[in-house]
Design a protein around this ligand. Structure first.
Ligand SMILES: Nc1nc2c(ncn2[C@@H]2O[C@H](COP(=O)(O)OP(=O)(O)O)[C@@H](O)[C@H]2O)c(=O)[nH]1
Ligand SMILES: [Mg+2]
Length: 318
């Protein structure tokens, strides 16, 4: 058995085997992953790029381009492909692998499809921790591709140093771009498939919705590209570099630390509540049954749990 210190050392040295094993532990939420992450946290070196948007927008095609871009400067690139619809690897992610296949044999490119089999923090917690592993192993950037524009994507956007929201003509403009608040996910809004009809319309639509953003908020840049034929990519890379220059390494580190703390507090709280449910109600299912049968309200359950916690702390003080 390898010691925790040994695993940490191997990950920081970039051992593919150690990284892969650690990612599995993180995904499964295995108890020793916390000690490993504790050791890796301060050793992070990379920056993170989030790429989000509706299915079919061309995110993986763009990520493939990004890999090429950063490999040309000899950066190691880590990719985390997140698919909230599948807790286990498969389905849509197979297509992603094929699209990124040109990099499949490059040892400095590590593509990992994420699930959240046992992670307390669900997919966003597992992604956060995987990103820490990649970053400590020297991958920079760590690119996080997520599907859709729901809660999980907002959380991933919070996690990434820079997030690109990828939109395309004709995917149902109401769904993809006009949902209140969705524009706020992106630091850069990428209008992909500029080779298609409807791109002008999409651009005016997006710009008009940005006008509606509160003036206190930073407006994202809008960049038109075609991930398929390479048009506009230089402008996009420049936009990313400009944003990166705006935030110092220190600011990035601090933001990521607080963001991670927030996630961990939530997970700790949930974990503690589940334990209290076990003690007070014989488990969550039993508590749910009580609520659904009308014998207790969710508030009554909450009150009982809080009282139990308080009693516990009082005992500790004695
Ligand atoms: N016409 C056109 N098709 C594109 C472009 N970028 C991606 N695609 C195609 O759009 C489809 C979905 O791309 P993919 O990268 O898998 O999208 P994802 O689901 O967002 O990851 C694929 O068939 C791509 O070849 C583009 O700029 N123009
Ligand atoms: Mg994809």
């Amino acid at each position: 058995m390898t010691s925790t210190a040994g695993i940490i050392r191997s990950v920081c040295e970039g051992s593919i085997r150690a990284i892969a094993r650690t990612l599995t532990r993180v995904e499964n939420g295995s108890p020793d992953s916390v000690d490993i992450l504790d050791g890796l946290f301060g050793k992070q070196q990379g920056f993170t790029l989030g790429v989000t948007g509706p299915p079919g927008a061309g995110k993986s095609t763009l990520v493939n381009r990004m890999i090429t871009r950063y490999r040309s400067t000899d950066n190691s690139v880590g990719v985390i492909a997140v698919d909230p619809s599948s807790p286990y690897t498969g389905g849509a992610l197979l297509g992603d692998r094929i699209r990124m296949q040109s990099h499949a044999t490059d040892p400095k490119v590590f593509i990992r499809s994420m699930g959240s089999r046992g992670h307390l923090g669900g997919l966003s917690g597992a992604t956060r921790d995987a990103s820490c592993v990649f970053s400590a192993a020297g991958y920079s950037p760590v690119i996080i591709e997520t599907v859709g524009v729901g809660q999980a994507e907002v959380e991933v956007a919070d996690l990434a140093d820079i997030t690109l929201l990828v939109l395309v003509p004709g995917l149902g403009d109401d769904v993809q771009s006009m949902k209140a608040g969705i524009m706020e996910i992106g630091d850069i809004i990428v209008l992909n498939k500029a080779d298609r009809n409807g791109i002008d319309q999409l651009e005016s639509y997006v710009k008009a919705s940005l006008e509606l953003m509160p003036s206190t908020m930073e407006r994202p840049e809008v960049v038109r590209i075609s991930a398929a034929n390479g048009e506009g990519l230089d402008e996009l890379w420049e936009a990313i570099d400009r944003l990166l220059l705006k935030i110092t390494r220190e600011e990035r580190k601090n933001r990521s630390a607080i963001q991670t703390l927030n996630g961990i507090l939530e997970e700790t709280g949930r974990n503690f509540s589940e334990k209290l449910l076990d003690v007070e109600y014989n488990g969550r299912d039993a508590a749910e049954r009580l609520i659904l049968s009308g014998k207790a309200s969710p508030y009554a359950v909450g009150k009982k749990l809080l009282a139990a916690a308080e009693r516990m702390f009082q005992h500790d003080e004695c």
